[in-house]
Design a protein around this ligand. Structure first.
Ligand code: GDP
Length: 311
């Protein structure tokens, strides 16, 4: 069974890691959001890609869910002392990734090739692909005007009220090499429990990918549990956009693509409403606070996915 997982950062990386633990490496391709990539301190930083790769490589920081374990921040401290921008937390080990990626990009290597090389160096088995080699920056439309994503997310700590999102250049962007081929070989697409607005929508907005994906069975896992986010601004975003945040809202969000939806057992009372969207449902324990839970949820999702493929 060949699986494609669509992922953002923290939530996406955890389920991707669970899937990687139970599938053969050649059966799993993880397509990662690059809408939150940006240039900072002269370096190209790809937060979601790095979170997914560090997690799969076992190098990630389990406390934060992003960045590296055993990290120090000496370089950033020095930037601060010199009066430079210190709002984005780049650790010393992490800095090496950004330096080497930026060097290669300046030599003309595409992001997908660089990511492939980094995965090999880190001993990552499954294929990890950026959604595109083209730059598609997410722009947050807010009560303070248009904000680049990291300006909103990290620098302004998600404080501005959002009114929408724009994925700059997506109309003409191409999926990264390997993305369309992986889609054509796939049996099932899994949308990880990532932020629908800013982690998954940028991937689904890629025109070529959208047309490929429509013919595949797709299962999504809710990042909202009991009306709350496990982490991040997803609930605040739904509220500011005038939508009651819930697993049901997430199912509605993906309605056009979905064959199946996995949501948490605490939301069991929403099941019949979700089923009315014409999707099959799986009510499960979707909170991943340990490697065992990541693996267990991945097993549940794949078992459910097998049922969907038979439909
Ligand atoms: P980001 O780009 O780092 O914000 O990462 P993602 O978009 O991949 O993940 C953020 C989303 O993951 C948030 O909406 C969280 O609620 C969700 N999330 C994080 N951990 C878990 C978990 O263990 N279970 C579920 N169901 N969702 C989670």
């Amino acid at each position: 069974m060949k699986i494609i997982a669509l992922a953002g950062g923290v939530g996406g990386a955890k389920l991707a890691d669970g899937l990687a633990k139970i599938l053969l490496p050649e059966d799993l391709t993880i397509i990662v959001n690059t809408g939150d990539d940006f240039e900072h301190l002269g370096l190209k930083i790809c937060p979601d890609l790095d979170t997914v790769c560090y997690t799969l490589a076992g190098l990630g920081n389990p406390q934060t869910g992003w960045g590296r374990a055993d990290e120090s921040f000496n370089a950033l401290e020095n930037v601060r002392q010199l009066g430079g921008p210190d709002w984005f937390g780049v650790g010393d080990r992490d800095l090496g990734t950004h330096l080497e990626r930026t060097r290669r990009l300046r030599e003309g290597q595409p992001l997908s090739q660089i990511t492939r090389d980094f995965c090999k160096a880190w001993g990552i088995g499954p294929t990890v692909l950026p959604m595109s080699d083209d730059s598609i920056p997410t722009i947050v439309l807010s009560d303070e005007g248009e904000l680049p994503f990291q300006e909103y997310f990290v620098h302004r700590r998600c404080e501005p009220r959002v009114s929408g999102f724009r994925f700059q250049g997506v109309e003409t962007a191409a999926p990264a090499p390997g993305v369309v081929q992986a889609m054509r070989e796939a049996d099932l697409v899994v949308i990880c429990p990532s932020n629908p607005w800013v982690s998954i929508d940028p991937i689904l907005a890629l025109p070529t990918l959208k047309s490929e994906i429509e013919s595949l069975p797709m299962v999504a896992v809710s990042p909202i549990i009991g009306g709350q986010a496990v982490k991040g601004p997803v609930v605040k975003m739904y509220q500011e956009l005038g939508i009651q945040p819930s697993a049901l809202a997430v199912a509605r969000h993906y309605q056009d693509f979905l064959s199946g939806f996995v949501f948490d057992q605490v939301d069991q009372d929403l099941e019949s409403e979700i089923q009315q969207l014409n999707v099959l449902t799986l009510c499960a324990d979707t909170l991943m606070t340990s490697p065992t839970q990541r693996k267990r949820l991945a097993q549940d999702v794949l078992k459910f996915g097998t049922l969907l493929m038979e439909k």
